[in-house]
Design a protein around this ligand. Structure first.
Ligand code: SAM
Length: 308
């Protein structure tokens, strides 16, 4: 057992041969799991999208390299770079792989490494942890029961509009990564397809000092982005578009009104009928709204009951 500089304890012990995908923080260095530190401290070989970033993270947590090799593996790595890593695992080495930030393979390299290792019957496991998708989703204030993550949409407007149109038809909450330079253009495309009142949440600089979460109708967000451009890393969460073409805001307004006079089940049935939506989906939404209105009238969060 070793004490890191931040006081976290990690274990160093030999690891069985295999590929270990290690999730790393998306902002705050302490957002790393103890198991991730164990793997980084114990693996025979460290492979990283950016070796300097990983080295810095290990330094922060007091993990010595102790002469272990560090190998770069990124978007531009070749099949022979990959074969070299696979050969090391085949020889019996434990190989830890970390992308620059967050979870490897999530809009980051690592997919072919995993499939190559699996097709060679090598062990692949993970020390799971932070990812901007889930972090944004938990803070967005939009439905979380069903969501679709689509990474970065194309830069080219025609292709982006086409993909957006397909994604919006799924009627789920959408989570997109985007560069701050293109976020205004993306929001404009969304407004054109959903209408100005559609709910979106801009999640910027997650887990960092100036974390900034903006749940807004899309037209309001556009106004803000036109007056002050944003910097840093951003995720955009888009509320589901209902089948009837009505926005999520319209649905919530109708449900809130119905809940004033009806039981949850009846309110959901009535509104689902009016909007031409599946009853189950509207029922879930009605429960969420009911819970939220209940919470608002409570003096403190004393109830820990789970809603299924
Ligand atoms: N593998 C990472 C993950 O698990 O989230 C994603 C890597 S991808 C190359 C980088 C993008 O993720 C950024 O452009 C941004 O859209 C999003 N992202 C990563 N960190 C973020 C943060 N702290 N705040 C907001 N968005 C972030």
């Amino acid at each position: 057992m070793t004490k890191g500089v931040l006081g976290l304890k990690f274990k160093t012990s030999p690891l069985p041969a295999g590929l270990y995908l290690v999730a790393t923080p998306i902002g705050t260095a302490r957002d790393i799991t103890l198991r991730a530190l164990d793997v980084l401290a114990s693996a025979d070989i460290l492979v990283a999208e950016d070796t300097r970033t990983l080295r810095k993270l290990m330094d922060i947590h007091g993990i010595d390299l102790q002469g272990r090799p560090m190998i770069p593996y990124h978007d531009h790595s070749s099949a022979s770079d990959r074969n070299r890593i696979i050969a090391l695992i085949t020889e019996g080495k434990s190989v830890a792989y970390a992308s620059e930030a967050g979870t490897p393979l999530i809009a980051d390299p690592g997919f072919k490494l995993v499939t190559d290792a699996q097709s060679n019957d090598l062990s692949v496991t993970t020390a799971p942890g932070p990812s901007a998708v889930i972090t944004a989703l938990t803070l967005a204030g939009l439905p979380t029961d069903r969501f679709l993550f689509a990474g970065f949409l194309p830069n080219q407007q025609k292709a982006r509009v086409e993909q957006l149109s397909t994604l919006l038809k799924t009627q789920t909450t959408l989570v997109l990564y985007e560069s701050p330079k293109r976020i205004l253009a993306l929001c404009t495309d969304i407004k054109d397809q959903t209408g100005p009142d559609h709910p979106v949440t801009l999640c910027r600089e997650l887990t960092k000092r100036f974390e900034d979460i903006r749940p807004r109708p899309v037209s309001k967000l556009i106004e803000e982005l036109e007056s002050t451009s944003v910097k840093g890393e951003v995720v955009l969460v888009i509320g589901p578009v209902s089948q009837s073409g009505a926005s999520d805001g319209d649905l919530d307004t109708a449900l809130r009104k119905a809940l004033l006079t009806m039981r949850v089940k009846d309110a959901a049935e009535t509104v689902a009928g009016a909007f031409g939506l599946p009853k189950r989906e509207v029922y879930q939404r009605a429960l969420t709204l009911k819970d939220a209105s209940h919470d608002e009238t409570q003096p403190s969060d004393t109830s820990k009951t789970r809603r299924d």
